[in-house]
Design a binder for this molecule. Structure first.
Ligand SMILES: Cc1cc2nc3c(=O)[nH]c(=O)nc-3n(C[C@H](O)[C@H](O)[C@H](O)COP(=O)(O)O)c2cc1C
Length: 79
């Protein structure tokens, strides 16, 4: 199984990025093939090449961050 972890992170402390990287390490430790991609770098990965997508973003004004919302609604989805 191939896993992609897509994250956004906006604050200087990069909390969501650290969580995404911890999940990435855990997935790899289970022997799975995994990539961890910053939301704004998504053009480097084609989502259709993965079996499992894990997405994480900071809540901004009661919603996912703008980049993550674009990804989740498909406007930055790479087919
Ligand atoms: C402009 C702005 C709006 C935010 N809105 C919310 C919100 O509606 N609800 C919430 O729980 N946190 C909100 N937060 C807090 C962030 O979600 C929180 O700091 C998050 O951990 C940041 O993650 P990051 O370090 O990965 O960027 C907001 C932060 C900012 C800067």
């Amino acid at each position: 199984m191939k896993v992609i972890i897509v994250y956004d992170s906006v604050s200087p402390s990069k909390v969501t990025m650290k969580v995404a990287q911890a999940i990435w390490e855990g997935v790899k430790a289970k022997g799975l093939d995994a990539d961890c991609i910053y939301c704004k770098d998504l053009e480097k990965a084609k989502v259709k090449n993965y079996d499992c997508v894990i997405a994480g973003a900071p809540t901004m004004a009661f919603r996912p961050s703008r980049c993550m919302l674009s990804f989740l609604t498909g406007s930055t989805l790479q087919s």
